[in-house]
Design a binder for this molecule. Structure first.
Ligand SMILES: [Zn+2]
Length: 251
């Protein structure tokens, strides 16, 4: 069974003011106007549904920091904030999971089988959602080089995903990577979810749990909100650019 729960309007309302302030500070000038107008006028394709995937969950905690913080819990916290921002701006979204649980099917026994079922269910959810665009939230870890930090965006083999990864990476470089700018990157084909979805998908590695300073930031609500709003801002910038390109083709 899937854990698919629609957005919480209460959570969206509570973070509304903070989100709008941050959105307007991370995009500027003409771009800012475009992004805000896009949100207000709902220029996005009517069928677009953002599938927000909090990576890992349940017995699969993903990467773990020195202090025991699991990737799965940070992923979920950022994903929930991203859902709230999209809900606030009238963008339809679906959460793959709302709890710190695996999304394997009911009745599947054994960790290995549950992990396989979990990833298949994530793929199925994206592929059977019309107009889906996947944003998968993860945290990185590189214990061999603990100084490495920062957010990086990976994309699957679709034209849309490469473009979206570009605007989201640019936004993250402004807000959380100053002096530590990173490049978007094509995802390794071994990442099952990203290789098997038929729609555009990006995977955001928000930070490194192997870096103690970044881990402390990732654990705070403020930093999680900054990440979520930045990702959403990059998304809306991309969608706006799409709409303008469509109009110029028509004209
Ligand atoms: Zn992960």
């Amino acid at each position: 069974m899937f854990f698919v729960i629609r957005g919480s309007r209460i959570a969206a309302f509570l973070c509304a003011a903070a989100c709008l302030v941050i959105v307007s500070t991370i995009v500027s000038g003409e771009e800012r106007n475009q992004a805000v107008l896009a949100a207000e006028d709902e220029l996005r394709p009517a069928t677009r549904v953002v599938v927000i995937d909090a990576g890992h969950g349940g017995a699969d905690g993903g990467a773990v920091s020195d202090d025991g913080t699991t990737e799965a819990e940070i992923n979920l916290a950022v994903a929930k904030k991203l859902e709230a921002v999209f809900d606030l701006l009238g963008c339809e979204s679906i959460m793959v999971r709302q709890e710190n649980l695996s999304v394997h099917s009911e009745g599947v026994e054994g960790l290995r089988n549950q992990k396989v079922s979990d990833i298949h269910n994530r793929v199925d959810l994206v592929n059977r959602t019309q107009g889906a665009l996947l944003i998968s939230i993860h945290q990185n870890s590189l214990p061999q080089v603990r100084s490495v930090h920062g957010a990086q965006v990976f994309y699957n083999e679709t034209e849309e995903a490469a473009g979206l990864a570009g605007t989201v990476q640019a936004a993250l470089n402004q807000t959380v990577n100053p002096g530590n700018e990173k490049q978007k990157k094509a995802i390794d084909p071994s990442v099952y979810l990203m290789a098997h979805i038929e729609q555009p998908g990006i995977l955001v590695e928000c930070g490194f749990l192997s870096n103690p300073q970044e881990t402390e930031r990732l654990k705070t609500e403020a930093y999680q909100t900054r990440l979520a709003v930045t990702i959403a801002a990059g998304y809306f910038q991309y969608e706006t650019r799409d709409s303008e390109a469509d109009r110029s083709h028509e004209g």
